[in-house]
Design a protein around this ligand. Sequence first.
Ligand code: NAD
Length: 302
Amino acid sequence: MEIGFIGLGKMGFPMARRLIEAKHQLTVFDTRKEAVDKLVALGAQAASSPKDIADRCETVLASLPSLQASLEVATGTGGVSDGKRVKRFIDLSTVGSHMATKIHGLLAKKNIVQLDSPVSGGVGGAEKGTLAVMVSGPRADFEIAKPALDVIGKVFFIGEKPGSAQTMKLANNFLSATAMVATSEAVVMGVKSGLDPAVMIDVINSGSGLNTASRDKFPRAVLPRTFDFGFATGLMVKDVRLALEEMKSLGLSMEVAEAVGRLWEVVIRDQGADSDFTEAIKPIEKAAGVIVGGSKGPHAAK
Ligand code: NAD
């Protein structure tokens, strides 16, 4: 397929690279020229704007860092909606169902179909093509786009209602955000009373406390204190806020989500939006007066 790809960041770059490797013809744009140049070296064509891409491709994918960026790229001046050839805009970003529905409506006025397609599985999943890809929008356009989406992960059709894949993604990321801070609190409690955090993580991962933070984030980025998992705190907080808004707009008040939301507001205030989201443990450590880190030897009792 001829595919346009806008936003070549931590997630967009490896997804675009996989599409090139799968022999799709890619035309790419990012406000960072160095990201475009790297993909051109791998076989992509460079475009000068979202409109330029939409003049050249029927299917345009985007992976962008904020709701405003998705709105501007899709519908702003020089955006996708000004393009002559584009038929469908597939947003891989997490923007929440309200923004997705707004973009859907604005694009529909120009006869452009919008498919929501938020993804989960992190930078590692984007590199390996193992993301969970959640799609909502018109089924016929989904079928046309599916061969491209298959390259980036396991594809789930959530429904035709605009924004429904975003609701699915927010439910997922609320759980991921909860796992990160809840595991941090559990491990900090253990360290405060003298337990070895590496032993704790091994036990949790062999027991019923297992979750994506204990399985992936602690061994890779927290215990070695590299804090380089590849998902910015600002993006995690965006998703937590969106999940809370989504719950409120449905008339729901959810106690765990409220508490998790408050904790992530402390994290972004203390660590900054550009920190890695695994640094969520730092304010919890600070309040407890401990640092989590540990040996890497074999821990299971023989
Ligand atoms: P990122 O900040 O690394 O990448 C965003 C890219 O978009 C950057 O290259 C930036 O230069 C580019 N960009 C910004 N504004 C632009 C514009 N107006 N026109 C063209 N390019 C523009 O972000 P990311 O981590 O790759 O996340 C992208 C999306 O994927 C977000 O919605 C995020 O919530 C979601 N997501 C991220 C992860 C992760 O682990 N990083 C996982 C799942 C979903």
